[in-house]
Write a protein that binds this ligand. Structure first.
Ligand code: FES
Length: 345
């Protein structure tokens, strides 16, 4: 856990004022609380100050305390307790908060922090050279079931692997953070069981929203209908959006399946392609894909076919596997660096 202190005096501006828009929001928040309880607005006001300035300065804390009629020490206590408040300048494109509490630690938070050290800065709460990225370790963010996870500003990114985190960091660094969908980064709906239902018998019915999915025997159903008086209405099904059914994988004998080959003596390290980790590499091997040249030759229909087998759809196009594979097939890592301006992840 990082020590939480205010930024050094040389970084602290002398004054703070909410601009017109944020001042109006602050007044709305203050008005929500009964007379004499205005101090309850401390957290939303600190958040507004952070949104306006990018981080929470000492002057902002003191100014907000003045607005709420509370001692500075109370505001300082709140701002230094919650890790949602950044107490020094953080990356302008992303500040990555890696949960390091036990469930996330057991599921690989250490490796995620190694990625941050390698890609951003060896030390937490330090900016990268461009000033666009920073990172820190934080305590539990409440998404333990989908561990390991990170938070970037107000969004969480869950079920992470080091490879996926590296991709997310690249996207934010390139100013394309909005293209990364928050939430689980594997094929699961919110915190539903990864890999499908385990306790409900009829998954298809649950996914369609037509039944609870619990397999009832014929005699149970008969007994239930015999006991239910005609006047008793059955429960209205939930209006919640139905869980999206898993897309069917394309058939193995589909004409769009890219041609596979027998495993050669020397195979290319497909993991050099951003978006291909050990899991996807294993999958591609099972499909007879062992070389960069094979991937470089994929046409659109073939890419769509392979995408049907990935847990996280769309990444072949999004990460441009074909362009990466073409560079690697043509001249290895050197050519990759020439084309993309950086080493393969
Ligand atoms: S332990 Fe990481 S989110 Fe709870």
């Amino acid at each position: 856990m990082s020590v939480r202190r205010l930024a050094e005096p040389q970084f602290q501006p002398q004054t703070f004022t909410f601009n017109e828009e944020f001042a109006a929001s602050a007044q709305k928040w203050i008005a929500k609380y009964p007379e004499g309880r205005q101090q309850s607005a401390i957290i939303p006001l600190l958040m507004l100050a952070q949104e306006q300035n990018g981080w929470v300065t000492k002057a902002a804390i003191e100014s907000i305390c003045d607005m709420l009629g509370m001692p500075y020490i109370r505001g300082l206590e709140v701002a230094t307790f919650y890790t949602q408040f950044q107490l020094k300048p953080v990356g302008t494109h992303a500040h990555i908060q890696v949960c390091g509490t036990t469930p996330c630690m057991l599921r690989g938070a250490g490796e995620l922090m190694d990625v941050c050290r390698a890609k951003i800065h060896p030390e937490p709460l330090q900016l990268n050279e461009e000033g666009t990225l920073s990172w820190e370790e934080v305590e539990c963010q409440g998404a333990c079931v989908n561990a390991p996870m990170i938070m970037i500003f107000k969004d969480t990114y869950e079920d992470l692997t080091p490879e996926r985190l590296a991709e997310i960091i690249d996207a934010f660094e390139a100013g394309k953070g909005e293209t990364v969908p928050p939430g689980p980064q594997i094929e699961r709906h919110f915190s539903a069981p990864a890999g499908g239902f385990t306790a409900l018998g009829d998954e298809a019915a649950v996914l369609k929203g037509t039944s609870t999915g619990v397999k009832a025997s014929a005699s149970t159903k008969e007994k239930a209908s015999a006991k239910a008086p005609a006047s008793v209405k059955t429960k209205t099904p939930s209006k919640a959006a139905p869980i999206k059914a898993k897309a069917e994988k394309p058939a193995l004998d589909d004409k769009n399946r890219p041609a596979g080959i027998a495993r050669p003596d020397v195979v290319d390290d497909l993991k050099l392609i951003s978006g291909i980790g050990p899991k996807n590499e294993g999958l591609l091997h099972e499909l007879g894909i062992f070389t960069f040249a094979q991937i470089a030759a994929w046409k659109k229909a073939e890419r769509t076919w392979v995408d049907g087998y990935l847990s996280f759809h769309g990444r072949i196009e999004r990460e441009d596997w074909v362009k990466q594979a073409k560079a690697l097939a043509k001249g290895g890592v050197e050519e990759y660096i020439r084309v993309f301006g950086k080493k393969p992840v």
